[in-house]
Design a protein around this ligand. Structure first.
Ligand SMILES: [Zn+2]
Length: 241
């Protein structure tokens, strides 16, 4: 308010507002940054000491990919967290039940996966999250974490999550398997995986060029690599209070 009384201070005040806005926007476009609010991007120290790595899959459940991912995880004795899209969970409730029965966790990845999620107002963000939460809870899941589409978020997200009792989760390493089609390139991105990492992969439909989804080549090799490193694949832990 002091700046309003001193016309000469206006450019500075406006500059400060613009800078503040630019910083918030930049922080929101950096999925792993902790600047806007609590963000789980790697596992707590105790999990890392136990040589654990969290496996996370976004964008499912998908009737083609998800059952194959579940079979691969079972074969390798691995467990994971699935960040589900609410409308897909409603369409494929049996897949959600199957992943829960296998000891994986179902987490929240919005209801319809709008790519402009970070630009939505608070009420629209809340609707997206609430509907997905209801869809997953209706089949027995209990999401503890939320991950926005492409990891992009605005500061409006945090009051919404606090109200719904959810935590924001990102990742420490991602395969970019939604963008890349070459399994070798995806695996190279995951090569330096170490204890405490949160890995991001996708079990949503593989559309770009049809053919065999690269995840089906990547996942068995990744799980074998983790075993060689004596790393245990686990779901995201219960949030620390
Ligand atoms: Zn997604």
């Amino acid at each position: 308010m002091a700046a309003l009384a001193v016309p000469g201070a206006w450019p500075w005040a406006l500059g400060a507002v613009a800078l503040n806005h630019a910083m918030l926007t930049t922080a929101g476009m950096m999925p792993r940054s902790p600047w806007l609010g609590p963000n789980l991007s790697c596992l707590p120290e105790t999990s890392a000491q136990c040589r654990q790595v969290a496996l996370t899959f976004d964008d499912g459940p998908d009737p083609t990919l998800t059952p194959q991912v579940l079979a691969l995880l079972e074969r390798h004795g691995a467990r994971a967290s699935f960040f589900l899209i609410g409308e897909r969970a409603r369409r494929h409730p049996d897949l959600v039940r199957a992943l829960l029965a296998a000891g994986h966790t179902a987490e929240n990845h919005t209801d319809t996966h709008p790519l402009h999620f970070a630009a939505l107002g608070m009420a629209a963000q809340r609707r997206q999250i609430e509907r997905a939460q209801a869809a997953i809870e209706a089949v027995g899941g209990q999401p503890r974490y939320f991950r926005p589409p492409a990891g992009l978020r605005s500061p409006l997200l945090y009051p919404v999550l606090a109200r719904l009792g959810l935590r924001h989760a990102s990742w420490s390493r991602r395969g970019a398997d939604g963008l890349l089609s070459d399994p070798a390139r995806i695996l190279r991105r995951l090569q330096g995986t170490q204890a405490g990492d949160v890995l991001l992969l996708h079990d949503g439909t593989w559309r770009p060029r049809g053919g065999r989804p690269p995840l089906l080549t990547v996942l068995p090799r990744l799980l074998a690599q983790l075993r060689e490193q004596a790393l245990e694949a686990v779901p995201l832990p219960d949030p620390e209070v």
